[in-house]
Design a protein around this ligand. Structure first.
Ligand code: UD1
Length: 422
């Protein structure tokens, strides 16, 4: 298992380019299952979860080709099975995104249930409820969801909780259903909008993406298309938050400021000078210590839960006391226990964390517990006196492309070592 060794050093400085959004690329690759013609996906990030999705599709007999370093071509014409096995699904919950497309296009799906995960129970009941409303027969057996329907029918589906992948799964399924599907209380995340753009390029009829009501008119078939994935707003936000925590100056390019409104407001409240252009964002702390900022996670356009850990790290180093409220997932404060090992002052009471900032943290051996938490730990380690060893960095590799290379290019002293080094 790889580890990072990070020496707490000075401010981060420089320019780094954002990759394509993992959370958009995952459903988009799965959308290829809806057609018998190739889907060409560019700006596709090179990271583990994308590799897992490619493996998942390939083991179904789908042709998956890496046409260029960031371009993947997926052709489902060669599909041989509609089974998504436990070995792959258990490593990535988002594998459930094959369910809707498989039932819609192939009439049947056998998808292993993702099960619990480190950041809470995360059920898929709303995905199943929606497919049932569209006429699918759903049975749960041997840890698998079996879904069957010769032809899905349009339906009005009201989500009682905002779910990102649930909205995506049902939007994909509805593209090939008979008649109109209306998704109410739909997720408004930019990644849902990007998926809709891709589906439309494939011939789908969708309106209202980016609002709480999405209308999909089913069509008989989808066709070949080319789609460029939107920039990763969470990766972008991670580098900007790291700039703020280290009192540095960082420009993230190949990104889109419109995707990060709630995060940029918080960076400004933290004392950062934020400048934006059409495709870049720059944070300049002008050498100052960040100010504590309160955080309340919400579905988009609120503050994203995927940036909560990074802002907790920032608050650990900020001047003042902050209150963080996590409203999307239970059990998403595991990083707090690791931050405590670096000397942070955090008190947790249910879904609320109260953080009192410290001037510096102190290095210690720590462990990454989930994807975004690991980014927060890197940020904290960069502001800790001494050498911090972070174990289990595979969590980070799941969702960030060349993370240590990018941090190093900003001046971070970070190196990866394998298990053989202890
Ligand atoms: C997606 C993102 C993840 C992000 C999360 C919230 C992907 C691949 N992952 O995850 O990075 O942290 O959105 O922005 O896009 N819920 C139910 N029943 C369901 C589905 C969800 O109760 O059937 C609940 C969940 O337990 C959670 C809330 O709804 O409390 C939101 O979860 P959801 O939006 O579905 O998260 P994901 O789509 O899994």
């Amino acid at each position: 298992m790889d580890k990072f060794i990070i020496a707490g050093n000075g401010p981060l400085n420089g320019t780094v380019a954002a990759a394509g959004a993992k959370n958009a690329a995952l459903p988009i690759l799965c959308a290829a299952l809806l057609s018998d013609e190739p889907l060409t996906v560019s700006n596709c990030p090179r990271l583990w979860d994308i590799g897992t999705t490619k493996k998942l599709l390939a083991q179904m007999g789908v042709t998956v080709a890496q046409a260029a370093p960031h371009t993947v071509v997926v052709d489902a014409k060669t599909i041989t099975t509609h089974i998504a096995p436990y070995e792959l699904v258990r490593t990535m919950r988002a594998s459930i995104l094959v369910l809707g497309p498989l039932v819609a296009a192939r009439g049947e799906a056998h998808v292993s249930l993702p099960g619990g995960c480190a950041i809470g129970a995360r059920p898929v009941d709303l995905h199943l409820m929606g497919l049932k409303a569209m006429g699918a027969q759903i049975t749960l057996d041997g840890g698998f969801v079996h879904a069957k329907c010769a032809k899905l029918k349009g339906a009005r589906i009201v989500f009682d909780t905002v779910t990102v992948t649930g909205t995506e799964n049902l939007m994909m399924a509805a593209t090939l259903a008979d008649g109109e599907t209306v998704l109410e209380n739909a997720a408004r995340e930019p990644e849902v909008v990007d998926l809709a753009r891709c589906l439309k390029a494939m011939g789908a009829k969708i309106e209202g993406e980016g609002t709480t009501t999405i209308r999909i008119q089913g069509v008989t078939r989808l066709h070949a298309a080319t789609h460029a994935v939107l920039p990763d707003r969470i990766e972008t936000g991670t580098f900007l938050a790291a700039a703020a925590a280290t009192r540095g100056k960082v420009r993230v390019t190949n990104t889109d400021p419109a995707l990060l409104d709630a995060v940029l407001v918080k960076l400004q409240q933290a004392g950062a000078k934020v400048s934006t252009g059409t495709d870049f964002i720059e944070v300049d702390m002008q050498g100052r210590r960040p100010l504590a900022v309160n955080i309340h996670t919400m579905p988009h356009p609120g503050f994203p839960t995927d940036m909560q850990a990074q802002f907790m790290a920032l608050n650990c180093l900020a001047e003042g006391v902050s209150v963080i409220k996590e409203t999307i997932f239970e059990n998403r404060y595991m990083h707090a226990h690791e931050l405590l090992r670096l000397g942070a002052d955090i008190r947790i009471d249910g879904h609320t964390a109260i953080v009192t900032g410290k001037e510096r943290l102190t290095a210690a051996p720590i462990m990454a517990t989930d994807l975004r938490a690991s980014a927060a730990l890197v940020m904290a380690a960069l502001c800790a006196d001494g050498e911090t060893v972070i174990d289990r960095v595979y969590h980070m590799d799941r969702g960030y492309e060349d993370i240590e290379g990018k941090f190093a290019s900003l001046g971070a002293q970070i190196k990866r070592v394998g298990k053989q080094f202890g």
